[in-house]
Design a protein around this ligand. Structure first.
Ligand code: NAG
Ligand code: NAG
Length: 435
């Protein structure tokens, strides 16, 4: 089976999971696309799949420099519009957003989002509008984000303690910042959403990360059924994709079930309402007011999972709307909107703020338009808090024997919804107090 996978399907498997493909068909879109945008030449059956390479966001951006900011690719049998400029993204995400609002229905995602009922993947409809409203008003509101300040302070504090200790006990040893920052955001999400701390024996942190990683991987993995309707499912079944999705789903479901049950226990003590408390509260209120609640246990679970997945969906490379994908990676590096895009220059946001970049669709880490990420504020507040402390409390040096030019800034290839740095970031902390 491994041989079969690696030899015959290697080019396919390397392809990109970030690429999401659409299902929803609207007559409106069909009519508009009579006047088709340019397409790179395609091969029978696989279409343009072979042109995507191991880093699809970068292959797509190369194709776009040749074929333009709006081009039509065929992924297997499915036509997908690739959007690679802020103006075109605005057109697709804002101007035409009603026609484009449904996310693609990926099989892995379908299973993991409890049949597309979470806010990232639900099709655009009345239910989605209600859900989105609930997220904006109750879950990711400024007030709610403020109420979790104690979690952020606590987690930043303990990371700073760890680094100080490392700086004083072994001053030349680097800290694995990739690992620490990942653990930090994991703890924050875990505590805000589920009201639990990792630092106990109840949850095994490593196992939980593995599970989240698996979930992202299967959600983003290339799925043949999508690109080759009719026979693709056979490949998914043989390659074990379907089995993997089911396994990850069952594990997550068990975990969320357990968390929800814990929250229902009357003897539970809590510091502050976490997201599960909030959702259970809304459910209770709906029952009191209408005799029934449209928020079911599955909705709660889907939203809990969405905390990990939906915030990340756009952060990496390519995000999608109906019959189109927006290459956020390419737009975020377009010299038309960014002066010296490859240069690390946080000062660029002093005059032209992040918010206005987002408004103009030049920065799409959180998506844009109607389906932009509702958790943007929650995400940026935690990152700023951490970054400010890392920079204020310490100076940072490269490990002995390495030069700036040695730091590998490449992205990781792999089947995941998000992009990450290929090699971990290792830096030596120097306490400000020591000089
Ligand atoms: C959108 O995608 C579906 C399949 O997912 C396809 O049947 C349809 O033709 C596409 N629409 C356009 C306008 O390309
Ligand atoms: C740093 O952390 C990452 C993520 O946990 C891990 O994969 C990597 O092996 C670590 N590297 C070192 C040198 O400790």
């Amino acid at each position: 089976m491994d041989l079969f996978n690696s030899l015959v399907w290697l080019p396919f498997l390397l392809l990109l999971p970030l690429l999401l493909i659409f299902k929803k068909k609207t007559q409106h879109v069909n009519k508009e696309l009579k006047n088709l945008p340019p397409s790179p030449p395609k091969v029978p059956i696989i279409g343009n799949l072979h042109q995507l390479g191991a880093l699809p966001h970068s292959s797509l951006s190369q194709l776009a420099s040749k074929y333009g900011p709006l081009m039509l690719l065929h992924l297997g049998r499915i036509p997908v519009l690739i959007v690679s400029s802020a103006d075109a993204a605005k057109e697709v995400l804002k101007v035409n957003d009603l026609a484009c609002c449904s996310r693609p229905k990926l099989t892995g995602v379908g299973r993991l989002s409890y049949n597309y009922i979470d806010v990232a993947f639900s099709p655009y409809n009345e239910y989605w509008r209600e859900l989105r409203k609930l997220c904006v008003l109750e879950i990711f509101s400024v007030k709610r984000v403020k109420s979790f300040r104690f979690v952020r302070e606590d987690e930043v504090g303990s990371l700073m303690d760890f680094i100080s200790q490392s700086a004083s006990s072994s001053p030349t040893d680097p800290v694995n910042l990739t690992e620490k920052v990942f653990a930090f955001s994991g703890s924050i999400i875990f505590r805000t959403a589920y009201g639990k701390s990792f630092r106990g024996s109840e949850f095994d942190r490593r196992k939980f990360y593995e599970l989240i990683h698996d979930a992202e991987t299967v959600a983003g993995a290339f799925c043949y059924d999508e690109c080759f309707p009719g026979f693709g499912w056979i490949v998914d079944w043989i390659s074990g994709h379907k089995g993997r999705v089911d396994r990850v789903f069952r594990k997550l479901d068990t975990l969320f079930q357990q968390l929800i049950e814990d929250h229902r226990k009357p003897e539970r003590t809590k510091h502050e309402d976490d997201i599960i408390d909030v959702m259970l509260g809304i459910q209770k209120k709906q029952i009191e007011e209408h005799g029934h609640a449209w928020i079911t246990k599955n909705h709660i679970k889907a939203i809990l999972l969405g905390f990990w997945s939906s915030g990340d969906v756009r952060s990496g490379g390519v995000s999608s709307t109906t019959n189109g994908s927006v290459n956020a990676w390419a737009i975020g590096r377009d010299p038309k909107y960014w002066k010296n895009p490859e240069e690390f220059s946080p000062d660029r946001f002093i005059e032209d703020t992040m918010d206005s970049k987002v408004q103009r669709f030049e920065l799409l880490s959180f998506g844009g338009g109607r389906r932009g990420c509702p958790g943007m504020y929650m995400g940026t507040v935690a990152s700023e808090h951490l970054l400010a402390n890392l920079l204020y409390c310490f100076d940072w040096a490269l490990p002995a024997g390495t030069k700036e030019a040695d730091v590998n800034m490449e992205e990781q290839t792999g089947q995941c919804l998000t992009l990450s740095k290929k090699t971990p970031l290792l830096l030596v902390p120097i306490s400000q107090a020591s000089h």
